[in-house]
Design a protein around this ligand. Structure first.
Ligand code: NAP
Length: 366
């Protein structure tokens, strides 16, 4: 560890996720340390991620000391580790893109945050798998302390993705229908709940499983109107299964392949399919007739890009979205997915659980 520290002092460079902060020379005594899950090359998480003691930069006028409380391990974090995500960190990198921390100290010029506040990073690449961080106050958004910790830790990605997709593509009115696959995913669960809060109906596609009715009931308790399996929809049209709802105007696809094609085929004329994930790792099937005779619009959504565009244009839009999602959490209309809480030092277990394609619960490092 001593060698690492002296190298950092020599280089006068300390790192925070993707960003590098240079600072004036410091002595060993002045250095603060945190523990972080660091990787220095892409590969399988088991081979690449190590827990390391990491020196933190001194607190600047505009910076904040953040004690991390909880951070999830998401599929995108694993893709980033493996080097298959569209944005990749500089090495050495700290894993984790979202999470919540408590502000413990602020620089003399910081007004937006105070000690005791909870805050989340607004952008990807923060490196949330760590015990503590020094960052610019502008890297963070404040979240209220009266929402559940697990909700705060997971607010930045999945609920915000669901919120944007339900607001930005179609002007949805109560009674309209949205159809989605991967309905039991974290994003899918948020879609169900946010749509229900808007009075929008949902048709939710899951994969068949032995305990299918248990899952179906859980999703219905969240507000799902219909839950059907990919297998049921295969070879049939949605009209054959559900007559009670208007045809979906919006389809949300996080699976791709044949499953994405089923969502697309279920849309009304002029409907929109938004693809935001590719869990099946198979090309989205788009029959020519869907484009020719139904004039379906195909769109994609990536929250990271949305946040970056909006942060540049007007950060208030970002804060407003997070506040709306927090309000839904406060009122109990939006609950975080079930999570397994794993102590930080048992990170191997957390990574392993997320890498498994059949994972049943979300994993949160505490
Ligand atoms: N574009 C964006 O801004 C954005 C933001 C957030 C998330 N995402 C993406 O959205 C997706 C879901 O993320 P999440 O965290 O919500 O995931 P999650 O909770 O881990 O859920 C994964 C979902 O994918 C399904 N699935 C996995 N492999 C499948 C396959 N081969 N065929 C059909 N379904 C399959 C799972 O169904 P089973 O239960 O049947 O396994 C489950 O419903 C990921 O691809 C993620 O990267 C994108």
């Amino acid at each position: 560890m001593k060698r690492t520290i002296s190298r950092l002092i020599q280089e006068k460079v300390l790192f925070l996720g993707q960003r590098k902060y240079t600072q004036a020379p410091v002595t060993l005594r002045q250095l603060h340390f945190c523990s972080a899950l660091v990787y220095r090359q892409h590969g399988h998480p088991h081979d690449t991620v190590r827990i390391e003691e990491m020196a933190l930069p001194a607190l600047g006028k505009h910076s904040v000391r953040l004690k991390m409380l909880a951070a999830p391990v998401n599929p995108a974090d694993i893709n980033m580790l493996q080097g298959t995500y569209p944005i990749l960190p500089m090495f050495p990198a700290v894993g984790g893109n979202e999470g919540v921390g408590e502000v413990v100290e602020v620089g003399s010029e910081v007004t937006a945050l105070r000690p005791g506040d909870w805050a989340v990073p607004w952008d990807a690449g923060f490196g949330t798998w760590r015990t503590e961080a020094i960052c610019e106050a502008g890297d963070l958004l404040r979240v209220p302390r009266n929402i559940p910790l697990l909700g705060a830790a997971t607010i930045g990605v999945n609920p915000c993705t669901a919120y944007r997709m339900l607001h930005d593509f179609i002007s949805l009115r109560p009674g309209m229908t949205v159809i989605q696959n991967g309905a039991n995913s974290a994003v899918g669960q948020a879609v169900i709940q946010i749509a229900a809060s808007l009075g929008v109906k949902t048709v939710n596609i899951i994969r068949d499983r032995p305990n299918r009715h248990k899952l179906e009931n859980e999703l219905k308790l969240m507000g799902a109107d219909f839950v059907i399996t990919e297998e049921e929809l295969e070879g049939l049209t949605l009209d054959n299964i559900i007559q009670e709802l208007p045809k979906p105007v919006l389809g949300l696809n996080c699976v791709g392949g044949r499953s994405g094609g089923l969502v697309l085929a279920s849309l009304c004329d002029g409907g929109t399919l938004v693809t935001y994930g590719g869990m099946a790792k198979k090309t989205l099937q788009v029959p020519a007739k869907a484009l020719i005779f139904k004039n379906i619009t195909l769109q994609g959504f990536w929250l990271t890009q949305w946040k970056r565009n909006n942060h540049e244009a007007d950060v208030r839009g970002l804060q407003a979205m997070v506040s709306s999602v927090c309000d839904l959490m406060k009122s109990g209309q939006l609950r975080p997915p079930e999570c397994v809480q794993v102590p930080f030092h048992r990170y191997c277990q957390a990574l392993q659980a997320t890498v498994q394609s059949q994972r049943k619960k979300h994993v949160l490092l505490i």
